[in-house]
Design a binder for this molecule. Structure first.
Ligand code: FE2
Ligand code: FE2
Length: 203
């Protein structure tokens, strides 16, 4: 497997763990707990900075652009579906961040909304990751010449170093590990996805 794709798939494994952790947090949410809002803000920060800015930045501004040069129109088909799912996920994270950023203990209705967002966002992003691993990335490897894929791996490194920063990147990994330790994901087998391209359906 190509370095760029390996890097994206390694990021998927961390994102999956934090998704499991968010589900555990949301389902055990105690509105009276004084750390409920800061913890929610920490989850939102991880998904905004690592999953979106860093990981989706590599996909949207680099991998999908390379795919577009080799026949994958970003306005339709599988890349359009991925872009749409990124945007829906962003909206959930924004709502979670808003609730996390307020003062005082969570109200019951806020706790209900956190659970509702988590119940939509976690399966959305987990399913999205499965589609990329099993369908979209293999399509990219087939379509984009190996030399261009090697260039992508170098671009990813530069992007990570300059736009994210090594220190910030390490801090986001620490943040993820802290959340996973505090709210361990339930150990369940990943749901099987029918392994055919029709599993990526238009938005
Ligand atoms: Fe994606
Ligand atoms: Fe991804």
């Amino acid at each position: 497997m190509n370095d760029a794709i390996e890097q994206l798939m390694a990021e998927h494994r961390l994102i999956e763990e934090v998704l499991g952790s968010l589900a555990a947090f949301a389902e055990s949410l105690d509105p009276d707990h004084e750390n409920a809002r800061p913890t929610l803000s920490a989850f939102a920060e991880f998904f905004r900075e690592f999953a979106d800015h860093c990981h989706h930045g590599k996909e949207e501004d680099r991998l999908f652009q390379a795919m577009a040069r080799h026949g994958f129109d970003p306005s339709m088909g599988p890349v359009a579906v991925m872009l749409h799912e990124h945007e829906v996920g962003r909206q959930h994270v924004r709502r979670l961040a808003e609730i996390g950023g307020r003062n005082g203990p969570l109200t019951t209705s806020e706790a209900d909304r956190v659970r509702a967002h988590a119940r939509e966002f976690v399966p959305l992003l987990a399913g999205h990751i499965q589609k990329e691993d099993r369908l979209l990335y293999p399509m990219a490897v087939q379509a984009v010449p190996a030399s261009e894929m090697e260039g992508l791996a170098a671009e990813f490194e530069t992007f990570e170093r300059t736009a994210i920063g090594e220190e910030n990147h390490a801090r986001l990994h620490q943040l993820a590990n802290r959340l996973i330790q505090e709210f361990p994901p339930e150990q369940t087998a990943p749901s099987p996805l029918s392994g055919c391209p029709s599993a990526i359906q238009s938005p």
